[in-house]
Design a protein around this ligand. Structure first.
Ligand SMILES: C[S@@+](CC[C@H](N)C(=O)[O-])C[C@H]1O[C@@H](n2cnc3c(N)ncnc32)[C@H](O)[C@@H]1O
Length: 420
C-alpha cells in the first residue's frame, strides 16, 4: 500500500477509536475484518500507532495543535509506530518540516499532565500512594507495550521442554522471574500455528495472572470455585494445578465470556472443569454449594487500570462514578462467594486495578465484617506455592504487582482462611 494511503487509513481508524464509545481492541479488530487485504506489517503499524496515540493522547494533542490538516492525521504522524522511512514517504514537505520542528522541541518544561498522560482523578491517588519517583516510573511503564507471557500447561509439558521447543521454532524466550509456570517471549511472534500452542502445551497469560492462580494453591482432588471465571485464563491454570482431578466450577454471569473458554478448554486436555453461567452472585447454585468448597477465587470485575499497557483507552473511558459502582459490586460478590467455603478453606480476592479503592479498601471492609475469615499473608502463601522472590511482591500482607517494578500487569490480591 502507498505510504500516504496507509497514513490516511490510520487517521480513519484513530477517528473511530478516539470517540471512546467502545473498547479500542474491538474497534481495531472490526477495522481489520473490514479491511481484509491488509498485510501483517500494515496491521502492526495501524494498531500500534493507534495504541501509542491513546497512551499519550494529552501530549500528542498538545503537540498537534501547531500543525495543519486533519487533526487525526497529525496525531497519526506524531504517534507513528511503523517504519520511519515509510512515514517520510507519506508526508508532504510542509508536514515533514512540521514533524522535524516538533521532534526538536524541548519537552522537559511541559506541565506534569503532559508527561504522565493520565487523567487527574487517576494520577492523584497513584501519586499519593507511590510518591513522585515511583509515580513517574509507573507512568513511563504504562507507555510501553506489555511483554508476551505464556503459561506452560504442566499437565502436558515441562517448562524446560517448552523453552527448547520454542527455541527450535526460532522463538527467543526465557523463564519468567516469579511464576514457576511462566515463559516470557521476545517480541510478538505469531504463536497460533505452533504445535506447542494448538496442542495445549502453552496458553498466553500474563505472569501476574499466573501468580493469582498460584496464590489459591488449589490441590489434587479438591472442590474449587473460580467465581468470576470469564474466558477462563485462571480457570485453566487452576485446573492444571489440580492435576485434572477434583472439581473446578467456573462461574460467570456472562455466557459469552464462558463460551470463549470452550476452545481453550479443549486444547488444555482438562476434564475437571465445570463452566456454569450464573444469574448474579446470589444465584441458587451458589446456595446449594455453600460450605462445601475448599478454595474460592474471586477475580472480581474491576476498572482494569492495571492493564493500561494493553488497554490504554481504559484511562479515558473509566470514570470515578463507574469505579464507585464497581466497588459496591466487588463487595457484594466477595461476601457472597465467601459463603461457599468450608471451615479451613481458602478465599482469594483479586483485581487488575491499581486503585486502593478497589483493592485494600474492599479487602479491609470484608475482613471487618467477617471475623470468621483470618487473613493469610500473601508472601507466605506464595512461598509455599514455589514462587521465587515472593517477598518483593507483597505490600502490607497483600499481593501488589506493578508494571514498573515487576513487568507484569498491575494486580492486587488478598487471601483469607475460614476459621475451623
Ligand atoms: C476480571 S474478569 C475475569 C477474568 C478471568 N478470571 C480470567 O482470568 O480470564 C471479571 C469477570 O467477572 C464477571 N462478573 C461480573 N459480575 C459478576 C457476578 N456478579 N458474578 C460472577 N461473575 C461476575 C465478568 O463477566 C467478568 O468475566
Amino acid at each position: 500500500m502507498h505510504p500516504n494511503a496507509l497514513l490516511d487509513m490510520t487517521a480513519e481508524l484513530l477517528r473511530d477509536v478516539l470517540r471512546l464509545d467502545s473498547p479500542a481492541d474491538a474497534i481495531v479488530s472490526a477495522f481489520f475484518r473490514k479491511n481484509k487485504n491488509l498485510g501483517q506489517r500494515e496491521r502492526h503499524a495501524l494498531a500500534e500507532t493507534t495504541y501509542a496515540v491513546l497512551r499519550q493522547r494529552p501530549l500528542l494533542r498538545h503537540l498537534a495543535q501547531s500543525g495543519s490538516g486533519p487533526a487525526e492525521r497529525r496525531l497519526a504522524i506524531l504517534g507513528w509506530q511503523g517504519n520511519a522511512g515509510f512515514l517520510r514517504g507519506a508526508l508532504s514537505p510542509a508536514e515533514q518540516q512540521w514533524l522535524d520542528q516538533v521532534q526538536a522541541l524541548d519537552k522537559s518544561a511541559l506541565p506534569a499532565h503532559l508527561h504522565h498522560n493520565l487523567p487527574e482523578w487517576l494520577a492523584e491517588p497513584l501519586l499519593a500512594r507511590l510518591g513522585d519517583e515511583q509515580f513517574r516510573a509507573l507512568a513511563a511503564s504504562m507507555n510501553e507495550a506489555a511483554p508476551l507471557d505464556l503459561r506452560v500447561n504442566t499437565l502436558k509439558t515441562k517448562r524446560e521442554d517448552a523453552l527448547a521447543t520454542l527455541k527450535t521454532a526460532g522463538i527467543a524466550a526465557e523463564a519468567t522471574p516469579y511464576s514457576p509456570w511462566g515463559l516470557r517471549i521476545q517480541g510478538k511472534p505469531a504463536l497460533n500455528k505452533l504445535e506447542l500452542f494448538t496442542g495445549g502445551g502453552v496458553e498466553v497469560q500474563d505472569e501476574g495472572s499466573q501468580l493469582l492462580a498460584l496464590l489459591l494453591d488449589a490441590k489434587r482432588g479438591e472442590m474449587v470455585v473460580d467465581f468470576c471465571a470469564g474466558a477462563g485464563g485462571k480457570t485453566l491454570a487452576l485446573g492444571a494445578a489440580m492435576r485434572n482431578t477434583g472439581r473446578l466450577y467456573a462461574f460467570d454471569v456472562s455466557g459469552h465470556r464462558l463460551a470463549a473458554l470452550k476452545p481453550r478448554l479443549a486444547r488444555s486436555g482438562l476434564s475437571n472443569i465445570y463452566p456454569s453461567q450464573i444469574a448474579h452472585e446470589r444465584d441458587e447454585r451458589i446456595k446449594r454449594l455453600a460450605g462445601k468448597i475448599d478454595r474460592v477465587l474471586v477475580d472480581a470485575p474491576c476498572s482494569g487500570l492495571g492493564t493500561l499497557r494493553r488497554n490504554p483507552d481504559l484511562k479515558w473511558r473509566q470514570t470515578p462514578q463507574a469505579i464507585a459502582e464497581l466497588q459496591a459490586k466487588q463487595g457484594a460478590i466477595l461476601a457472597s462467594a465467601a459463603r461457599l467455603l468450608k471451615p479451613g478453606g481458602r478465599l482469594v480476592y483479586a483485581t487488575c486495578s491499581l486503585l486502593d479503592a478497589e483493592n485494600e479498601a474492599i479487602a479491609e471492609a470484608f475482613g471487618a465484617a467477617h471475623p470468621d475469615f483470618v487473613p493469610l499473608p500473601a508472601g507466605e502463601a506464595l512461598d509455599k506455592a514455589h514462587v521465587a522472590q515472593a517477598g518483593g511482591l507483597v505490600e502490607n500482607g497483600y499481593l501488589r504487582l506493578w508494571p514498573h517494578r515487576h513487568q507484569t500487569d498491575g494486580f492486587f490480591a488478598a487471601v483469607w482462611e475460614r476459621k475451623r
